[in-house]
Design a protein around this ligand. Structure first.
Ligand SMILES: [Zn+2]
Length: 264
């Protein structure tokens, strides 16, 4: 068991890393540590949801290089407790997040409510669509998944053969298939430096019991984040809803970016 120290210093260009504009800080996991047969693949509308892993030696799951050993310790400890800890989503680039955003804004990808229902965007104003997206998907440039030290986790061995996972809160609650994982994370994640930034709904992002942050790195990214830099980045991109986003950036930051669990 390790007690992570706070002296992990982020190297290279932290400003680019914050916005998802580089993957130089990322280590891509091998398929051996990620491949799983029980992954669901049908009708996934949640960008957080698990995608099948490709059959190359490197998976498409990347994590921060300086989080590798802490994650490995967490994984080993979970294994001893009977949980096969896997990452559903790790590092995401700005480009990928932009694609997710634009697909949702234009209706190419369904937007979900916290209860799993699909939002009917035809009845919503642009601002209401933005708020509906922000419940589960971050603004490009403001996703904690850009940092590489934030991961969505699940335990495939808790799923029945015919069961799939959508990454919805109920799945991690008491009667859900991931309840045992949730209980274990609540009790032990902190021993390895991990915590849940979206541990409950605070009026912004939905509760995300699968989303872990590695505190020694995440705290540095969070402290370095500048709204001005995000604004400059977004102005130069083809993001759907740009004018309304820029006009409401302070509001978005207050309710959806900075409004996280800071009790770490
Ligand atoms: Zn996440």
């Amino acid at each position: 068991m390790i007690m992570p120290t706070n002296n992990v210093k982020i190297s290279d260009d932290i400003n680019k890393q914050l916005l998802g504009l580089t993957n130089q800080h990322i280590h891509y996991l091998t398929n051996e540590s990620q491949t799983n047969k029980s992954l669901p693949n049908k009708n996934l509308t949640n960008d957080n949801a698990i995608k099948p892993v490709q059959a190359s030696s490197k998976s498409n799951i990347g994590i921060h290089q300086q989080m590798r050993s802490a994650f490995e310790e967490l994984r080993q400890s979970a294994k001893i407790a009977g949980l096969e800890l896997k990452i559903a989503s790790g590092f995401r680039s700005f480009e990928r997040q932009l694609q997710i955003w634009n697909n949702k804004f234009t209706g190419n990808t369904a937007i979900k409510k916290a209860n799993g229902e699909i939002v009917d965007i035809s009845r919503l104003s642009d601002w209401q669509i933005i708020e509906a997206i922000l419940l589960y998907s971050a603004l490009p440039g403001a996703s904690r998944h850009h940092w590489g030290c934030d991961i969505d986790v699940y335990a495939p061995n808790l799923l029945a053969a015919d069961e799939s996972l959508q990454l919805e809160p109920w799945e991690y609650q008491q009667s859900g298939p991931m309840a045992k994982l949730s209980a274990w994370l609540t009790q032990h994640a902190a021993e390895f430096g991990f915590y849940l930034p979206y541990d409950c709904y605070r009026g912004g992002v939905a509760e995300e019991p699968w989303h872990l942050s590695f505190a020694p790195l995440a705290k540095q990214y969070q402290a370095t984040f500048k709204l001005q830099a995000l604004q400059e980045c977004l102005i130069n991109t083809d993001i759907a809803g740009k004018i309304i986003i820029i006009d409401n950036l302070d509001r978005i930051a207050k309710h959806y970016i900075n409004n996280v669990n800071t009790d770490v």
